[in-house]
Design a binder for this molecule. Structure first.
Ligand SMILES: [Zn+2]
Length: 312
């Protein structure tokens, strides 16, 4: 008898659902909208309905399902209880109990999205073959996850892997999304990169291809840098310096084998990896100067892979 499992990534706008084989191959994926009205009370029943419809369509029986792994954009206790998730409108919710009740499937495990993306990249993505790694997700903000000996480190207060909130500039006067000042996220997230670019453009009259852009985006900065634009390269060198410095601090504490760099900003590719690595080598303790830096490879599917990994 063939066995299957579901890996489900609940985001603020869509729910990504993946049907996996027992070996962890993604056999089918689809999306449904995240209905956040009425305190997000329809989200889990929508998921259960969609999962059951797909099983019916494919003729898969309940006892052929090994389990359902779910990730959410919020803190999770005991791999089952979501502890307030503003993005979904949830308060404290036992997701495992609810999905069990709705589907009749016994094995249901829950984690937060940063941790599941990290697990996914370790299992089937850029971090394959490693058991001690740090994943850094560079998007609108900066997320992160830490794996030691193949297991996620959640931390005593659930804050392990909050790499975006490492303080890298004590002189900063602007405030980070978290309320404190000078955090990595303010300089190396997509938002931070655009802000830095605008600042550099405003502070001088130096010519730059960036001045021709009607809409200053993070992608434009990388594109212009790749074409040899000096000012763009200077901006990205600054970004690489912040990330390299933060990674050197992380290595002094945790000493991972590899850093996996993902998120929208990582589409910049090897240019970004090289910049981070160069600055990292400058700051890291001698014993860990050769730590690897690689790109994440699963993109938006990383969460589904990590979620299903929990139940396989
Ligand atoms: Zn912060």
């Amino acid at each position: 008898m063939k066995k299957y499992a579901f890996g489900i990534d609940i985001g603020g706008t869509t729910v990504k659902i993946g049907l996996f084989s027992e070996e962890g191959d993604l056999t089918k994926k689809w999306e449904i909208p995240t209905r956040k009205d009425n305190g997000g009370c329809y989200i889990l029943s929508d998921i259960a309905k969609s999962v059951e419809e797909e099983m019916k369509k494919q003729g898969i029986l309940k006892d052929e399902i090994l389990g359902i792994g779910i990730d959410v954009p919020g803190p999770v206790l005991e791999e089952r209880i979501v502890n307030k998730c503003a993005n979904l409108g949830w308060g404290v919710l036992d997701v495992t109990a609810e999905i069990r009740r709705l589907t009749g499937i016994e094995k249901v495990m829950v984690t937060n999205d940063a941790n599941s993306a990290t697990l996914g990249e370790m299992w089937k993505g850029g971090g394959q073959g490693h058991k001690d790694l740090v994943m850094i997700t560079l998007g609108t903000g900066i997320g992160g996850g830490i794996v030691h000996d193949g297991k996620i480190i959640a931390g005593a207060f659930g804050a392990a892997g909050e790499i975006g909130h490492i303080c890298v500039n004590k002189e900063e006067t602007f405030v980070c999304g978290c309320g404190k000042k000078g955090h990595l996220e303010q300089y190396a997230s997509a938002t931070g990169i655009v802000k830095k670019a605008q600042q550099v453009l405003d502070e001088s009259d130096r010519p730059s291809m960036l001045r021709d852009e009607t809409y200053l985006s993070c992608k434009a900065v990388f594109d212009c840098a790749k074409k040899g634009d000096d000012l763009s390269l200077q901006i990205l060198d600054f970004v690489g310096e912040q990330l390299g410095n933060a990674c050197a601090m992380i290595s002094a504490v945790f000493d991972p084998e590899v850093y996996v760099i993902g998120g929208g900003v990582s589409k910049a590719g090897e240019l970004l990896i090289d910049l981070i690595r160069d600055h990292y080598k400058k700051y890291a303790f001698h014993a860990s100067v050769n730590t690897e830096f690689v790109l994440a490879t699963l993109g938006n599917d990383a969460g589904m892979y990590g979620a299903v990994k929990m139940v396989l």
